[in-house]
Design a protein around this ligand. Structure first.
Ligand code: IFM
Length: 455
């Protein structure tokens, strides 16, 4: 691998962006016809959110979006990835469109384009209308078709101006955090049949959405975003290597393989049966033709990268001593800072799956830095994190990875799901009492990098 002693210049058309999602920043949960989402409901469950907060106000982006667009424009970003809240567009989940919801995103899109920022829309970033959850949510196959209808509506409304579309954000989180550890909505625990059927219907929704976007946005591009965790065994023992294979099947291949036309990984299905999580290798949710639908020809693969995993089989007796250990350099999430993992996963995607293009749709870190007495937010750890990971992108491009975009997570400090507002991922500090925004030093650093187009 070559070093990067001199400045690495990214391709001229490389997209530098920032990302957010609707529930995490918008607030205004009960205005202009928006209905309840599964996250509004989960926030009401005692103990579900670490700081007992909710998304009622969040960053008040619903009202303050012009200020946020101005901040992005000052930062010089080329693109803004945001998600559309399904409960604003079709409050009943399936059926009548709420024009006021469409109008909000339409104004935002126009504001972005006027500022020279390309919108990138994520259709589903976890805020399912609660009314659909009451009918089984993603465990109900009908939800995939409801998602297709919603895709039709919103891509017709915005497709003349929005050219980049992400169907689903992070199916692993929807499935495992929603139905196994229960920290995410709908907050169900240890139910593998539900987790797998929800994952399948989410992926089916992706496959159904792709041709709809193609029809409504012929000059657009569409893909799914998966969160990937590169992994390596703590030692070369059979036990650690097998645990690593298991982890990779569970985290990465379960989503990548079907999207790339390979179906669900057989070894992972066998693991689930062996562990008694599902009764047999028959996957009852899998209908004829589904795998073809899920493997819809996309324009890019979106990946979200935060950290790696070092895998140890803790149950193995007389296991080899570990020769790989995680470093203690961790963010406030307790996630190891490991830029090499981003380079490795990008190269692996090229080698194993050969996507037409890859976009890093999220990468970022939580650190609690607040403004100092002079009002400056000196978030040097965040700068170091971004620097390391953008260098990793550069090295991947040098190795032939078709990486076309990088979106920093996140534009603003925001609602970090089950952690509430305690974890701050923003390039911009948000004072949750006043809702004032203060760009952190990392925002200035990112602006300079974008201006230079290299690192
Ligand atoms: O905040 C989340 C985002 O919603 C999805 N990807 C990971 C981020 C950090 O946890």
């Amino acid at each position: 691998m070559k070093g990067l002693a001199q400045m690495f210049k990214f391709p001229d058309n490389f997209v530098w962006g920032v990302a957010t999602s609707s529930f995490q920043i918008e607030g205004a949960v009960d205005v202009d016809g928006r209905s309840e989402s599964i996250w509004d409901r989960l926030c009401k469950r005692p103990g579900a959110i670490a700081d007992n907060t909710n998304g009622d106000v969040a960053c008040d982006h619903y009202n303050r979006w012009p200020e946020d667009v101005k901040i992005m424009s000052d930062m010089g970003v080329g693109a803004y990835r945001f998600s559309v809240a399904w409960p604003r567009i079709i409050p009943t989940g399936r059926g009548a469109t709420n024009q006021k919801g469409i109008d909000f995103y339409s104004r935002l899109v126009d504001g972005l384009l006027e500022a020279g920022i390309d919108p990138c829309v994520t259709l589903y970033h976890w805020d399912l209308p609660q009314i659909l959850e009451d009918q089984g949510g993603w465990t109900n196959r009908d939800t995939a078709y409801a998602f297709a209808d919603y895709t039709e509506t919103i891509s017709r409304a915005l497709g003349d101006r929005v050219k980049t579309w992400v169907t689903i954000n992070e199916p692993w989180c929807i499935s495992v955090l929603g139905y196994i550890n229960g920290e995410h909505a709908p907050g169900i625990k240890n139910d593998w049949p539900k987790a797998l059927s929800a994952a399948h219907h989410v992926m089916l929704g992706h496959g159904l959405a792709v041709p709809i976007i193609r029809d409504n946005v012929p000059d657009g591009e569409v893909g799914i975003t998966v969160n990937l965790v590169p992994n390596e065994p703590a030692s070369q023992s059979g036990a650690d290597r097998d645990a690593c294979r298991h982890f990779d099947g569970f985290f990465n291949r379960w989503y990548l393989d079907p999207v790339f036309g390979r179906g669900y990984p057989a070894d992972r299905v066998a693991d689930l049966v062996k562990a008694g999580e599902i009764p047999s290798s028959d996957l009852p949710f899998l209908h004829k033709g589904d795998l073809e639908t899920i493997a819809a020809d996309s324009d890019f693969l979106g990946i979200n990268y935060y950290s790696r995993a070092v895998i140890r089989d803790e149950k193995a007796e007389n296991n080899d001593p570990p020769d790989v250990v995680s470093t203690k350099n961790e963010t406030d999430m307790g996630w190891e800072v490991w830029p090499l993992g981003l380079e490795q996963i990008l190269v692996r995607l090229k080698d194993d799956y050969n996507p037409k293009a890859i976009q890093v749709t999220e990468n970022g870190c939580a650190y609690a830095t607040a403004p100092n007495a002079d009002g400056i937010v000196e978030d040097t750890e965040r700068i170091a994190y971004f620097d390391g990971h953008i260098r990793a992108c550069a090295k991947a491009i040098e190795q032939g990875v078709p990486l076309t975009a990088y979106y920093a997570w996140s534009l603003l400090d925001n609602f970090e799901w089950a952690f509430g507002y305690e974890k701050r991922f923003g390039l911009v500090y948000v004072d949750y009492d006043t809702l004032d925004r203060t760009p952190k030093q990392s925002a200035h650093w990112y602006r300079d990098l974008i201006q230079k187009g290299g690192i």
